[in-house]
Design a protein around this ligand. Structure first.
Ligand code: ASP
Ligand code: MG
Length: 403
């Protein structure tokens, strides 16, 4: 029998009723697979624990923080294991130290380095179902660690990797990955298959279903991920390698951002290395510059430069630019009233004219494009914030995603 990893998120096990439902889901796999379960804490629990630590100190000791916030998983795992036993399944809850799951790196942001397999394999071979605490590990000093908020996704992917699982199923409260945000467009459709690369673009661009770095881990280890709802009896979305995808659509999805700001420097004294002088101190201060355009200077002396950053970095960015002695410019202007809309799809690699179709469709709706950036499988445009819904609707139709 093949091994399958099932991950349950906080809302999926958010109440005793939900836990009973999850136990039935687990049962549906046990005939066909050896099942490994990774569970997060019941929804709200982790936040409550963090709030308590804050009431003690804003600088609550990092190692105690990890011990505290990882406690939520102990509750959910034992409840779920107890329910499974009640239903006649040989289950057992396991905390990271009991396995052990070895992590490296700092407290609060550790990474799973190694998982000891022997005892779990033995348990699986006797028909056992281990219910394992996500989000936690121990380090070489035997201290309890955590791997970042939402870390159970990453735990599940690592288990799938170490145990060479057939698949990793992420049970959550959404049906799967959609062609665009269903809250913004009713016509959004569930995507059946999506490549890791597309999913990474969708995730980092604002479709927050899974942690981007766990998708990256899955990509590196070629692990098939199925994202589906534990609330509905419906198929979800398969995240897999490009080769496995047969798709007749050029574009797979459309995403948009909400918190971008645009900065323009007018009359920048042009010389070799000027862009580097502007962006070096920003990157040193961990400010992520996203889209960039530099105009060709008409007189060869001065140029205008526009770029986007996250709005929460705006004040810091303005200060850094004003204090930058290595650059000269006439004026700095900024605009927080912008949003980035992107179309994503591996299909565009082999299809010419996608950029043109996107621009033309937007132009027909009188939507002005301010900045453009592209990668192999993505085209992004910066537009006015109040045009986002219209832009998504237009592009969704243009690239046949309504069907
Ligand atoms: N319970 C942890 C959190 O809320 C881990 C998880 O949900 O995956 O961040
Ligand atoms: Mg969670």
């Amino acid at each position: 029998m093949k091994i399958i990893v099932l991950k349950f998120g906080g809302t999926s096990i958010g109440s005793i009723r939900r836990i009973k439902k999850v136990a039935r889901i687990v049962k549906s796999y046990t005939k066909k697979y050896k099942v490994i379960i990774l569970s997060s804490a019941m929804s709200g629990t982790t936040n409550k624990l963090i709030d308590m630590s804050k009431k003690i100190s804003a600088n609550f000791a990092d190692n105690e923080y990890d011990t505290l916030v990882s406690a939520g998983e102990q509750i959910s795992c034992s409840l779920l294991a107890g329910q499974l036993i009640e239903n006649g399944i040989q289950a057992r809850s396991l905390m990271a130290w009991q396995i052990p799951i070895i992590t490296e790196g700092q407290h609060k942001h550790s990474r799973i380095k190694y998982i000891y397999k022997k005892r779990i394999l033995k348990f699986l071979n006797t028909g056992g179902v281990p219910v394992i605490a996500g989000f936690q590990g121990i380090n070489k000093d035997l201290k309890i660690t955590t791997i970042g908020r939402g870390g159970t996704d990453a735990s599940a992917i690592m288990f799938a990797k170490f145990f060479k699982a057939d698949r990793c199923v992420i049970y959550t409260d959404v049906e799967g990955i959609f062609t665009t945000d269903p809250n913004k467009l009713k016509k959004a459709k569930k995507i059946k298959n999506i490549s890791y690369e597309e999913m990474l673009e969708m995730a980092s661009l604002g479709s927050k279903v899974m942690q981007p770095h766990s998708i990256q881990d899955a990509r590196l280890n070629r692990i098939n991920i199925e994202v589906k709802s534990s609330f509905l009896n419906k198929s979800g979305t398969l995240i897999t390698k490009k080769k496995n995808i047969i798709n007749n659509k050029i574009i797979t999805g459309i995403s948009s951002t909400e918190n971008d700001s645009k900065i323009t420097l007018l009359g920048v004294k042009d010389r070799p290395g000027i862009a580097a002088s502007i962006f070096k101190p920003l990157s040193k201060n961990s400010i992520n510059v996203d889209m960039v355009v530099q105009n060709i200077s008409s007189n060869g002396k001065e140029t205008d430069l526009t770029f986007t950053i996250k709005s929460y970095d705006l004040i810091k960015t303005k200060k850094i630019i004003k204090n930058n002695k290595f650059i000269n410019f006439k004026k700095m202007i900024f605009d927080t009233n912008v949003s980035k809309v992107s179309i994503i799809g591996v299909g565009m690699v082999t299809t010419p004219g996608v950029t043109f179709r996107m621009f033309q469709a937007l132009a027909k709706q009188k939507i002005n494009i301010q900045v453009i950036s592209t990668s192999e499988i993505k085209i992004s445009v910066l537009i006015k914030k109040n045009k986002v819904t219209k832009a998504i609707k237009t592009l969704h139709k243009e690239f046949n995603l309504n069907k």
